[in-house]
Design a protein around this ligand. Structure first.
Ligand SMILES: NC(=O)C1=CN([C@@H]2O[C@H](COP(=O)(O)OP(=O)(O)OC[C@H]3O[C@@H](n4cnc5c(N)ncnc54)[C@H](OP(=O)(O)O)[C@@H]3O)[C@@H](O)[C@H]2O)C=CC1
Ligand SMILES: O=C(O)CCC(=O)C(=O)O
Ligand SMILES: [Mg+2]
Length: 421
């Protein structure tokens, strides 16, 4: 009998036949979902000999929702996901410049899914533009509800933007808007609570997964009270809540001031040897260079919404591209989560049964891990390793791999199921 996943006192109870809502998605969403759902079902069946089974429940969002209900994101969809706790989704289209605001962002905000977790690891044999892709093994913790990404902005020429600009000029003494008559304005909220819960989730993950460091990535030299505060609050939560489980670069700086650089280096060495998590920070522009040149120095990454978006796609490229980049939007306090690929709808390939379903399949792996069905998750991961090693791949990998056999999106799913052992 199908049942609900529940969370009591922070503990998730998962029945053997949990109902899990899914959003098929726009563009290539139906192609990848058809392949992914079969792979996930097969892994669960094989891991638990039919004792456990996911009961999928379709919920609507995007074009399909609009066509059927006249709403892009029906309340019923939000209510159902709230009720059933977790969901998995295909990508949803967001028009550029005008039209509806991002439904993906709306889902994250409405359900307060404050972390976008995007693990980035290399699968042997995947074509990559870097020499040592296996050195890239990071987990991005992207703040998911705030920042300029929240969509608080006013269009150039509107009465609203005029009012905002007048307020800034007349009441706030702002004289730096270069072209006030023709500017649109966006607002970038970054809060202490939002930062601390995100950084807390990143440190908890680092401790649980035996990771070495958490890097706070920001542009705090320029945006002092948003990105700069993110860095300061990040260090604050690390020191106040994790005590001697962490060693922060804020502490390093204090030791330099009091006792000099040698003492600070020694303190950090000792902390590393003691297995403490090193909490450090990097300015976003140089970070984007260093993930390419010195990827081994980075492990868990905590950052704000827009930086996290750019960093996700850049890091995905290092390990084979967004065809294989999974993601999870999670509220670690309530247990609510929506699993989704890092990529978008790739509309030019819609309906061609062509694109790589690995991103949503690996998002399914994150989902299985989230509900504690690790045996099923491991079956998918191992099948992915085996299939890629055998060079049976979709077009995106095939075009960069010598001797590859190119298969369709659905055939790649078949191959994974065949390779489950
Ligand atoms: N979470 C979400 O739902 C997201 C939604 N979007 C939305 O998606 C729409 C399209 O965005 P766009 O910027 O074009 O980015 P997309 O990620 O949709 O596609 C860009 C390119 O990435 C490659 N790609 C994407 N998905 C796959 C896949 N599964 N397998 C192999 N290659 C893939 C393709 O490259 P190539 O052409 O080289 O083969 C594709 O042309 C927009 O409306 C955007 O807002 C974007 C990101 C996330
Ligand atoms: O919502 C969108 O359309 C884009 C979102 C996106 O690029 C992301 O979250 O990575
Ligand atoms: Mg993105």
């Amino acid at each position: 009998m199908s049942e609900r996943i529940t969370v009591e006192n922070g503990k998730m109870n998962v029945p053997n036949h949990p109902v899990i809502p899914f959003i098929e998605g726009d563009g290539t969403g139906p192609d990848i979902w058809a392949s992914a759902s079969r792979v996930i079902e097969a892994a669960v069946e094989k891991a638990y000999n039919g004792e456990k089974k996911i009961e999928w429940k379709e919920v609507l969002a995007g074009q399909k929702a609009y066509d059927q209900t006249g709403e892009w994101l029906p309340d019923e969809t939000l209510e159902t996901i709230r009720d059933y706790k977790i969901a998995i989704k295909g990508p949803l289209t967001t028009p550029i410049g005008g039209g509806i605001r991002s439904l993906n962002v709306a889902l994250r905000q409405e359900l307060d899914l404050f972390t976008c977790l995007r693990p980035v690891r290399y699968f042997e044999g995947v074509p990559s533009p870097v020499k040592r892709p296996e050195d890239t093994d990071m987990a991005i913790f992207r703040e998911n509800t705030e920042d300029i990404y929240a969509g608080i902005e006013w269009q150039e020429g509107s009465p609203e933007v005029k009012k905002v600009i007048e307020f800034l000029q007349n009441e706030m003494g702002v004289h730096k808007i270069r072209f006030p008559e023709t500017s649109g304005i966006g607002v970038k909220p970054v809060s202490e609570e939002g930062t601390k819960r995100l950084v807390r989730a990143a440190i908890d993950y680092a401790l649980k997964e035996g990771r070495k460091s958490v890097t706070l990535v920001h542009k705090g030299n320029i945006m002092k009270f948003t990105e700069g505060s993110f860095k300061n609050w990040g260090y604050e939560v690390a020191e106040q809540e994790y005590g001697d489980k962490v060693f922060t670069w804020a502490k390093y700086d204090r030791i330099v001031e009091e006792k000099g650089k040698e003492a600070a280096n020694q303190a950090q060495d000792e902390a590393e040897k003691a297995g403490k998590i090193i909490v450090k920070d990097a300015i976003a522009d140089i970070f984007l260079q260093q993930i390419l040149t010195r990827p081994k120095e980075f492990d868990v990454v905590a950052t704000m919404n827009l930086n996290g978006d750019y960093i996700s796609d850049a890091l995905a490229a290092q390990v084979g591209g967004i065809g294989i980049a999974p993601g999870a939007n999670i509220n670690f306090e309530t247990g609510h989560a929506i699993f989704e690929a890092t990529h978008g709808t790739a509309p030019k390939y819609a309906g061609l049964d062509k694109v790589n379903p690995s991103s949503i399949i690996l998002s399914g792996v994150l989902m299985l891990e989230h509900i504690g069905w690790r045996d099923a998750a491991n079956l998918v991961t191992k099948a992915m390793e085996k299939t890629i090693a055998s060079k049976v791949v979709t077009y995106d990998f095939a075009r960069l791999m010598d001797g590859a056999t190119e298969v369709k999106c659905s055939e790649f799913g078949d191959e994974l199921i065949k390779n489950m052992e």
